[in-house]
Design a protein around this ligand. Sequence first.
Ligand SMILES: Nc1nc2c(c(=O)[nH]1)N[C@H]1C(S)=C(S)[C@@H](COP(=O)(O)OP(=O)(O)OC[C@H]3O[C@@H](n4cnc5c(=O)[nH]c(N)nc54)[C@H](O)[C@@H]3O)O[C@H]1N2
Ligand SMILES: Nc1nc2c(c(=O)[nH]1)N[C@H]1C(S)=C(S)[C@@H](COP(=O)(O)OP(=O)(O)OC[C@H]3O[C@@H](n4cnc5c(=O)[nH]c(N)nc54)[C@H](O)[C@@H]3O)O[C@H]1N2
Ligand SMILES: [Mo]
Length: 752
Amino acid sequence: MTQERDQDPTTPYYDRPTGGWGSLKSVLKHAAKDRIGLGTLDTLRRQNKPGGHMCTSCAWAKPPSPHLAEFCENGAKATIWDLTRSRCGPDFFARHTLTELRTWCDHDLEAAGRLTHPMRYDPASDRYVRTTWGQAFTAIGQALRDLDPKSTVFYASGRASLETSYLYQLFARLYGHNNLPDSSNMCHETTSVALKRTIGAPVGTCVLDDFDHCDLMLFFGQNTGSNSPRFLHPIQQAVRRGCKIVTFNPVRERGLVEFMNPQSPTEMLSGRGTPVSDIYLQLRPGGDIAAIAGICKHLFDKGALDRDFIAKHCHGFDAFEAWIRAQTWDGIEATSGLPRQDLIEVAELYAKAKRVIGVYGMGLTQHVHGGDSVGMLVNLLLMGGNIGREGTGICPVRGHSNVQGQRTVGIAEKPELVPLDKLADLFGFDPPRDTGMTTVEAVEGMIDGTVRGFISLGGNFGRAIPDLARTEPAWAGLDLNVQIATRLNRTHVLAGPGAWLLPCLVRAERDKQKSGPQMVTMEDSLSHIHGSMGRRPPASRYLLSEPAIIAGIAKATLPPNPQVKWDDWVADYGRIRDLIEATYPDQFADFNARMTQPGGFYRGNSARERDWQTESGKAELTIPASLSALGGDPAPDAFTLVTLRSNDQFNTTVYGFSDRLRGLSGDRMIVLISREDMARAGLADGQRIALVSAADDGIPRRVEGLSVVPYDLPRGCIAAYYPETNPLVPLSLYDQASKTPAYKSAPVRIET
Ligand SMILES: Nc1nc2c(c(=O)[nH]1)N[C@H]1C(S)=C(S)[C@@H](COP(=O)(O)OP(=O)(O)OC[C@H]3O[C@@H](n4cnc5c(=O)[nH]c(N)nc54)[C@H](O)[C@@H]3O)O[C@H]1N2
Ligand SMILES: Nc1nc2c(c(=O)[nH]1)N[C@H]1C(S)=C(S)[C@@H](COP(=O)(O)OP(=O)(O)OC[C@H]3O[C@@H](n4cnc5c(=O)[nH]c(N)nc54)[C@H](O)[C@@H]3O)O[C@H]1N2
Ligand SMILES: [Mo]
C-alpha cells in the first residue's frame, strides 16, 4: 500500500514535495506585492525566537534551539501581510460607501491595507468617518451602560495575547456577563470538551520531545503542509528515524505525502523530498469513528491490548469492548468507505508500535459527532497505553497563535472553567455565574434580535460563522458594534449605526507604554508559554495596543473600583502577568521571569502525568452515539460538502488565489468532485453550477457561480473553499457536546 496507490492521475495534484522551491517562490511573490522593506526581513529573521516576535499564523510549538529561519511559508506571509506598506485610512473611506464595499471580495477588502485611524460609521453618508479615541471610548462606554450586559457578546479571535485576553475576560465579568465565545468555539472547542471528559485535561498531552521518540503517528483530518508547516520538520525527522505515519483524510494533502525542507540545501538542490505517509487512507467525511472502530476490532480479535494499563488506568472497558464487538465489518466498511484489509493493516502497525501519537485537526472536530470522534481516538490510544508516557500522546493541532492561551486565562463562556472565586477576591466583585453564549448561541441571538451589542477582539465573525447570510441584516441593526482590527474585512462592512472600527498594533510592532517597550505572551499548541517582542514602527501614530483599547473602553463603562487599575496595568504589562500568576498560581509561577525561556515554559498537563481529573478518576473509554460522525445519512441525491482552507489564506484572510499544494490556482469559486460523481451527476469539467442546501430544516441556502473541478475524492463527498461556501453550512448542525459547527459536513445538492 504505497502512498501513490490511490492517486487519480486524471485530476489536478501537485507533483512536487511540500516546502521546497514552490514555498520560497510563493513567499517572494507576496514580499514583492506588499512592498516590504529590510525591516520586515529583519523581523522574519527573529520570528519565533527568543527576543523576537511570535508568529501570528499558526500555534505550532517554537523549539528551544530554533532553525536559522524558524518560520514557514505561511508564517512569512502572515508577517508580510501585517507589515505591508499599504494603508486603509480616512481617505480610503471617504472614497467608498459601505454599500459599495459590500460588493468587494474578501481579498480586496483586506488588501486595502492596514487600518490607521479610529473610525465611526456615519449613516448619513454611509461611510466610516474619522473619530478620536476619546470620543470613541466615551460613546462606547455610554452605549454599554445603556445596554443589558446579558444582551451583549464579547467575541475574541485567537490572536490576542495572554495579557489582552486576561483584561478582556475581566472586563466582561466586571460588566456582567460570561458571553465570551472565541474562535475556539468554531474550531477546537470539541477538543476542550471531549478531552476534559475523557482524560481530564482540555488540551493535548504531547510536548516536542515526544516526536523524537514515537514510532507511529496517526493523522486524522489535519492538513500539516498548509496549516502548521513547521510541524513538518519534526515529522520529517521522525520519518528518517523509521517512525511510521498513517493518514486518514478524504483529500490527499500533499504535505502528508512528501515534504522538502527549504532549509536543507541537499534536498533543495536534488529536488527530492522525504516521503511522509506510509499508509494514506482516503476515508469518507465523518468516517473516522468507523475507521477507528475497525482498528480496535482487529486489536480485540488479536488480543493486542495493554491489559495492565487498561486495568489500572481506564474506566468503561467492558462496555467499550462489547460495543466494538457488536460492530460489523460491513457497517465499518460502508461508513468509513475503507476496505477491512486496510484497517487491519493499520491495526497491525499499531499493535507492533511501542509509542504512538494521535494527531488531529478540523477533520475530526467539525462534525455533528466530532466529540465522539475525538473520544474514539482517545480510546484507540488508551488500548495501547499510549497516553502519559514519553513518545506517546494525543495531539490536537490548534489554529490561531494564541487560541489555546485565551481559554487558559479565562476567555470562556463556561464559568466552571474559570476560577471565579479568585477573580472575586482579587477585584472585589461578584462575577456572573451563569453560562454564557457559544458562537452558535451568539449567532442565534443575532438572528432573533436578542443580541444588541457586539465587541470583537479581532477576527471576522460575520464571515467565519455558519449560515452567514441569515445574520447579514442583523449587523446593521445592532445598538453597538465595536470591531478591534488590523485590516478591513466583511464583518466591518456589514455594519450600520452604532458601529466603531478601532485599529490596533500587530504583534511585530513596537508597543511602547509608560514604563517602556512592552512584551506580550502566548501559549502554543503544546502548552508552552512564550514572550514576544515587537520591534517594527507602528503602521500609524494613531494606533493603540489591544490592552490599551480594552482598558479605554472598560474605564469608560465601569464605575471606579480601587482594586481595578486599568491605567497601571496598561503602563506595564508585567503587572497584568502578575495578575495572571495570582489567578493561576500553579501554572504561571514566576511568569515574568520565565516568559523568555527558550522554547517557552511548560504550564503542565495532568493527563501527561496519568493523573486523570475525570468523573471516575480514571481515563474514560467512551462509546460514540453512532458509527458515523455525520448527523445522519445524506439523501441519495445529496453530497457531503467539506469546506477547506487553501495554502494561500489564513482563515478569512485570503492572501492570494493559489492553492499550490493541491495543484489548483486562479479561482476560489470552485467545487472539487470525483470523476465518478461527475459522471453520476452528468457534470462536465469547468461547468458552472450552484450548490443548495439539503439540510432538512427547510431553510433555503444557496451559493452560485461555482465551477466544477474533477478531483481525487471519495464518492459522495465534494469540497469547496471556506469562507466562500459558509452560507451553505446550517447553523443547526454542530458537535453535540461542544456546539462547534459541523463545517466539514454540510449536506448539499448540485443544481445545474
Ligand atoms: N495557512 C494557514 N494556516 C492555518 C489556517 C489557515 O487558514 N491557513 N488556519 C488556522 C486555524 S484557525 C486552524 S483551526 C487550523 C486548521 O487546520 P486543520 O485542522 O488542518 O483544518 P482544515 O484545513 O480545515 O481541515 C483539515 C483536514 O481535514 C480533512 N477532513 C475533512 N473532513 C474530514 C473527516 O471527516 N475526517 C478526516 N479524517 N479528515 C477530514 C480535510 O481534507 C483537511 O485536509 O489551521 C491554522 N493554520
Ligand atoms: N466553513 C468553514 N468555516 C470556518 C472554518 C472552516 O474550516 N470552514 N474554520 C473555523 C475556524 S477553525 C476558525 S478559528 C474561525 C476563524 O474566525 P476568526 O478568527 O473570526 O477569523 P479570521 O479570519 O482569523 O480573522 C481575520 C481578521 O482578524 C483581524 N486581525 C488580524 N490580526 C489581528 C490582530 O493582531 N489584532 C486584532 N484585533 N485583529 C486582527 C483582521 O482584521 C482580519 O481581517 O473560522 C471558522 N469558520
Ligand atoms: Mo481555528
